[in-house]
Design a protein around this ligand. Structure first.
Ligand SMILES: C[S@@+](CC[C@H](N)C(=O)[O-])C[C@H]1O[C@@H](n2cnc3c(N)ncnc32)[C@H](O)[C@@H]1O
Length: 207
């Protein structure tokens, strides 16, 4: 692990607050700004969320802690979720997790079968190679896939939050988001590393 990671303020805070990754603070900030997770839902009328690229599980854990039994969560990743901090939450009957590739047909089929969703969120990112154009291209595929899930499984009025790497051909993604949602915007949370070229696109209120 690089030195800057060891000393990073957000990583230390995540550890202290029992989250497996610092990325939770990016979601928290987007939730505080855009109201992604509503209060007042319950088991008989749960808020349904799809979390793409969910491991090690901070975003999923944030949603489960915030909504409790008022959440139904579907999550997918190539890697398993970390059980270090979840205190059994990931084993609940309101959680469906599939370890698989979100671009694969069988993963898509399983996730769509648990929809429709009120929120699709994707923090999916390729393992970076250090070659910016390759990394950006691979990230673009994942962002397009998240948009495909939103088109296929997001209910009317639902929201989308998706990570993109800046510098690639992301204008088309934002354009498609603006066609599908009443509002489409770009937002870079404070917890993104200063040197990172990631940002998030938000689609608010699916038409
Ligand atoms: C930045 S991490 C997500 C962190 C997560 N939001 C959290 O808060 O714990 C990006 C994740 O995307 C996943 N990923 C990348 N490509 C994927 C794919 N094709 N299918 C599923 N997951 C993928 C990686 O395995 C990695 O766990």
């Amino acid at each position: 692990m690089a030195n800057y990671e060891k000393l990073d303020h957000w990583s230390l805070r995540a550890q202290k607050e029992g989250y497996p990754a610092r990325s939770v603070y990016k979601l928290k900030e987007m939730d505080e700004k855009f109201g992604l997770f509503p209060a007042g839902r319950n088991r008989s009328n749960p808020f349904r969320v799809l979390d793409l690229g969910a491991a090690p599980g901070s975003w999923s854990l944030y949603a489960l802690r915030k909504l409790g039994g008022g959440l139904f969560l579907s999550a997918a990743d190539l890697s398993p979720l970390s059980r270090q901090y979840d205190k059994g939450l990931f084993g609940g009957d309101n959680v469906f997790f599939i370890q698989g590739d979100i671009t694969a047909a069988e993963t898509r089929k399983a996730l769509l079968a648990h929809g429709p969703y009120a929120l699709v969120m994707s923090d999916a990112a390729p393992a970076t190679m250090g070659n910016r154009s390759v990394d950006t291209l691979r990230s673009l595929t994942l962002a397009e896939m998240a948009l495909d899930y939103a088109e296929a499984a997001l209910e009317k009025g639902g929201n989308l939050a998706v990570k993109v790497f800046q510098g690639g051909d992301t204008a088309d993604i934002l354009k498609r988001i603006r066609e599908l949602f009443k509002t489409g915007k770009s937002f870079k949370p404070a917890a993104c590393r200063r040197e990172s070229f990631e940002t998030y696109y938000l689609g608010l209120e699916r038409r």
